[in-house]
Ligand binder design. Sequence first.
Ligand code: IPD
Ligand code: CA
Ligand code: CA
Length: 273
Amino acid sequence: MPDPVFLATAVEIVLRAGAIQLERRESGFRVAKKGEIDLVTEVDLECERMCREVIAERFPEHDVLAEELGVGSSSRPPARWRWVFDPLDGTTNYAHGLPIFCASLGFEIDGRAEVGAIYDPTPHELFTAERGHGAYVNGRPLAVSATSRLIDALLVTGFPYDVHQRTGDLVALFGAFLGSARAVRRLGSAALDLCYVAAGRFDGFWEQHLKPWDVAAGALIVTEAGGRITGMDGSPFDAAAAHLVASNGHVHEDMLTVIREFRDGRAPNRTAD
Ligand code: IPD
Ligand code: CA
Ligand code: CA
């Protein structure tokens, strides 16, 4: 079991990030563009600097991988311990005043996720997990849904910032799922999508072109809540591989079938009935 100080630190950082996000939403913040539709706010940077300061002070030998400043400026070889931080997941929502955003922090030892903490400050929901010790929201145990048929499933997905270059494929796969499930949503925060699969609010989530900080904490929260996570081709989940299917386990194979048949050029209207 990882030292409890790691979970305590992860929780402290995401709660502090949430407080900054709520406070700055009231006081105002500047928004800049990283790409044509890819935004970064002052709040992303402020939350990331806070996280880096806390880790550098408490665990100077640990690495930090975070969205806005990457791996930082360390010249030493990679450490065994790594914190993977998304300072504001749902930046587009945040910039538009839509209250669906969070901070997400995963902690890895030797490349394996050991701790995850995600805080959604609007409803005050703190999602946590430690490997082998279950997943929790505000201290209450989380469990995935029991939905067994894709036609009864509520699914969620997301789209990358280069969506304009890939619109056709992304929308076509979205259409294949629309034709197979009860309904499909797009919330705009991959970390919360994963938490909501863990909480049984969604039965499944798929997305491609993700980054490690989008999923480092949420993937552990899903598996510790009894869910399953793989690549979109069914391969073992790899946070660096950028694509995933996360589910309650029961609808997983049917989700993989939709993707496989779509990729084989046989997009079905329905796979489970
Ligand atoms: C984005 C969100 C979104 C997902 C994108 C991510 P950001 O992260 O998680 O839901 O569809 O792929 O890049 O930019 O808000 O941190
Ligand atoms: Ca993100
Ligand atoms: Ca972000």
